[in-house]
Ligand binder design. Structure first.
Ligand code: NAD
Length: 354
């Protein structure tokens, strides 16, 4: 087995703490230390017996460090990633990788120039809800899919820190949109995206979006709705997928996936539904004899596979799972979404499946 890669986590806040806990039990990385500029965070690390670096420059000057994870506010990802690669370190940037495609291109150029690995922590590729929907789409079991809806509905507003400020890359599109778009593009690998239409919410914060509704129009009649809202005291289901031969739903993160497949299209005796003010046969529920209900159980998923892949990619034994081209594609979709919100109109995408 290869020697463990010596790693430092830069930014020991919420997400830095999460990386650190995982890295302390990693089978591929050895946590050398953490870096933060806040005294209280440094004190916390020392209390936990973790070595502290006072600045990114101290980390970059340490020749033993092979890999850094950047878990700092978003506007720092680009300068720190480029400086780290120039100093000979491999780099994992937290999501969103950065705030524009031009900035991302400079990071990719630095990786190509230095030959250092550069990737992004798109950890929600290991979420079970996503994995179930991806497998179902690939299986073709519900026929040709024409609708996917992916939502996170929260009820706490957006965190009142740097995430409320544009200069730090705040807002829910960059925070959660980046995960959900990455997931949709991970599911729909067989159809190009044609255009997007987006409306951002500014319910309390005017500087950045505190939620959004984004529609992604793919070729061959597939629309994916990606929605984040932070003022929902009753949440809509996490994931929904409809195909010509069946429908699937995952209500919450922890839930299995429920599928209803239609085995017999024709139905003889439809009993109309009588509502207070009318009646309908079109919208009447299906006779159970024409459908089958099944449950897809949550799969096993190990987020340590992210670091395992990064370390194997550094050694040239695997290709990196989160590629530059994929990260750029997601960034371009987010840019088109912001543009659509500004224009109040759909925006065409010059897309390539990667
Ligand atoms: P946070 O505010 O909790 O932590 C950021 C830390 O960075 C703070 O402790 C701060 O003192 C430190 N910092 C700021 N400037 C620094 C500098 N120049 N040098 C060293 N340290 C510095 O924020 P967070 O929630 O941990 O978010 C950090 C990053 O992680 C963001 O990019 C965010 O989008 C991402 N994130 C990812 C996920 C995920 O699931 N992938 C979840 C949460 C956050």
């Amino acid at each position: 087995m290869a020697e463990k890669k010596k790693i430092v986590v830069v930014g020991y806040g919420g997400m830095g703490g999460w990386h650190t806990r995982n890295l302390l039990e990693s089978d591929v990385c050895e946590l050398v230390g953490v870096c933060d500029i806040k005294e209280e965070r440094k004190a916390k690390a020392i209390e936990r017996g973790i070595k502290v670096y006072n600045s990114i420059d101290e980390v970059l000057a340490d020749e033993s460090v092979e890999l850094v994870t950047l878990a700092v506010p978003n506007e720092l990802h680009e300068p720190m990633a480029i400086a780290a690669m120039e100093a000979g370190k491999n780099v994992i940037s937290e999501k969103p990788v950065t705030m524009s495609s031009e900035s991302l291109q400079r990071m990719i150029d630095a990786s190509e120039r230095t030959g250092k690995l550069f990737t992004v922590h798109q950890n929600r590729r290991w979420d079970c809800d996503y994995l179930m929907m991806k497998d179902l789409y690939d299986s073709g079991d519900i026929g040709k899919v024409f609708c996917i809806e992916s939502r996170y509905h929260g009820s706490r507003g957006i965190p009142g820190d740097w995430r409320t400020e544009k200069e730090h890359g705040g807002g829910m599109m960059l925070d959660w949109g980046v995960h959900l778009i990455d997931q949709i593009l991970g599911i729909v690998k067989d159809r190009k995206l044609e255009k997007v239409y987006c409306r951002c919410d500014h319910l309390l914060n005017n500087e950045v979006d505190d939620g959004f509704k984004l529609d992604l129009y793919f070729e061959d009649q597939l629309t994916a709705r990606v929605e984040v809202c932070t003022y929902n005291f009753i949440a809509l289901p996490r994931f929904y997928m409809a195909g010509r031969g069946g429908t699937a739903i995952i209500n919450d993160w922890k839930d299995d996936c429920h599928v209803i497949s239609c085995d017999k299209w024709d139905e003889d005796n439809v009993t109309p539904v009588v509502t207070a003010a009318g009646l309908t046969r079109t919208m009447a529920p299906r006779d159970e004899k024409t459908t089958t209900e099944s449950v897809i159980k949550r799969p096993e998923s190990d987020v340590h596979d992210f670091y395992r892949n990064v370390c194997a990619a550094i050694d040239g034994k695997e290709t990196q799972i989160v590629t530059h081209a994929q990260v750029m594609r997601v960034m371009k979709v987010m840019e088109a979404a912001f543009r659509s919100d500004e224009l109040g109109a759909p925006v065409a995408i010059d897309d390539e499946i990667v």
